[in-house]
Design a protein around this ligand. Structure first.
Ligand code: KE4
Length: 430
């Protein structure tokens, strides 16, 4: 966006924040232009400081499954805040939310709340290493599990968006403890187990990859990972920070019928407040201090405001037909986009699971990160910019997923298809 208050704010921001942002992908580096600064969000829309309105498909990177400022969440926060907002001592809300999570995802027999997805995956990996007395971790190219040192190896999300070769500052000794394989390639994982036998503590995976765009698993991929971990005494960690309560009421593990040993959650579980969760088999989680010796702690973990927001959010998603309607609207959106791409002669590979979706501007199939990188990122950047001028906010990267919330109406979907169609025509014409 040219000029206006966003530009002024961005100039000020760049003097005090790296790249003018508090998370790299927000800087629009991959799509160009100046990021808009948000004045307010309501339902499915964001309004920027210059008064422009956008239908929002970022939804705080998947956290806002109910959309912005949902009244039930707002009311819960208000009630909670009247009584203070952090105690540094146990409170009923953290027990209630933990029981709610376990009710939805029974594999989390025991869990611990933290303040971000990064903290959750850090702790889950530390626990896996302690429980197995092994050091190596397997992750998949293009998957992102937060910014802890060991995960910044062939990572997705902002690392992929900015084309960063991993990250300086991660000691080679630490990076060498992270092995990688292509997503959907169980043979490559079997080979890693063959070569590294009893040294692999865990395999950590985004069950549906959302940090390289949207890549669904082959039907036999996760069963193969489950079997390989069982055969080799390693733990299977489902990183459901994005897929949890998103792709199904019980997350990807419910949709796929896989029981991981440990699961990490974030985003939706806090209703847009800073909450992460790691949890799983009781025999593993009982190793966490103070029950056991594996240390992990956090000043604001389980605070009553975040717990109230998470609880109110999950309860709203239990409405009859909630997930079916989200999936139908998402499918309609993608059908519209694919039809538009066909008419404009633009190759597009699109997919979704529940209301998590993505599309690549390339002929399919897209089964892994190498395939995803064939996407026409220059055309995507032009499309993104044209979409913004038409009031549609897509993730500012070809390597991020999009999200539909329950606040996205049928009229929003119609508007989006119409405007993204026109925007794609514009982008292609250049
Ligand atoms: P946070 O530390 O950002 O709360 O969570 C890290 C994380 C872990 N695991 C998965 C599967 C994730 O998707 C994430 C965070 N997702 C990105 C969106 N691609 C966060 C957006 C950003 O970094 O600004």
């Amino acid at each position: 966006m040219k000029g206006g208050r966003s530009s002024e704010l961005f100039d000020r921001a760049k003097r005090v924040l790296p790249g003018g942002v508090n998370s790299p992908v927000r800087a629009f580096r991959a799509v160009g232009g100046t990021p808009f600064f948000v004045a307010r969000g309501h339902g499915s829309s964001l309004v920027d400081v210059d008064g422009r309105e956008y239908v929002d498909y970022v939804c705080s990177w998947g956290a806002l499954i109910l959309g912005h400022a949902h009244p039930a969440v707002l009311a819960a926060i208000h009630v909670a805040a009247e009584h203070g907002w952090t105690y540094g001592a146990p409170c009923p809300a953290e027990v209630e939310l933990a029981e709610e999570v376990r009710g939805r995802m029974p594999s989390l027999e025991v869990m611990r709340f933290v303040n971000s997805g990064t903290e959750a995956t850090m702790a889950a990996v530390r626990l896996a290493r302690a429980a197995t007395d092994r050091d190596l971790i397997v992750k998949f190219e293009g998957c992102y599990h937060g910014h802890a040192d060991g995960f910044l190896v062939k990572a997705g999300s902002g690392v992929a968006t900015l084309g960063l070769p991993d990250s300086p500052g991660v000691p080679a000794a630490l990076a060498s403890l992270t092995l990688t394989a292509p997503f959907n390639d169980a043979t490559a994982v079997a080979e890693l187990f063959r070569k590294h036998a009893k040294r692999i503590a865990a395999v950590i995976v985004e069950p549906y990859v959302g940090n390289a765009g949207f890549i669904p698993p082959d039907a036999d991929f996760h069963p193969a990972l489950r079997a390989l971990c069982d055969d080799h005494g390693a733990l299977l960690i489902f990183d459901e920070v994005m897929t949890g309560f998103r792709v199904a009421a019980g997350g990807a593990q419910e949709r796929l019928g896989i029981v991981p040993d440990l699961t990490t959650l974030g985003k939706i579980v806090g209703g847009g407040f800073p909450v992460g969760v790691y949890g799983g088999r009781a025999d593993l989680m009982r190793r966490i201090a103070p029950d056991g010796p594996v240390y992990q702690a956090g000043t604001l973990s389980g605070n009553p405001i975040a717990m109230a927001a998470g609880l109110a959010t999950l309860r709203e998603t239990e409405a009859p037909g909630f997930y079916d309607q989200l999936e139908r609207r998402t499918a309609r959106l993608l059908d519209g986009l694919q039809e538009a791409a066909r008419r404009h002669g633009v190759p597009m590979t699109a997919g979704h699971a529940g209301s998590m979706w993505g599309m690549y501007l390339v002929e399919g199939p897209v089964r892994n990160y190498a395939d995803a990188k064939r996407s026409d990122t220059a055309l995507f950047a032009r499309w993104h910019k044209a979409a913004l001028t038409r009031g549609v906010f897509l993730a500012p990267s070809a390597f991020e997923a999009g999200f539909v919330s329950s606040a996205h109406s049928e009229a929003d979907i119609d508007f989006t298809i119409q405007e993204l169609d026109a925007a794609l025509g514009e982008a292609r014409a250049h």
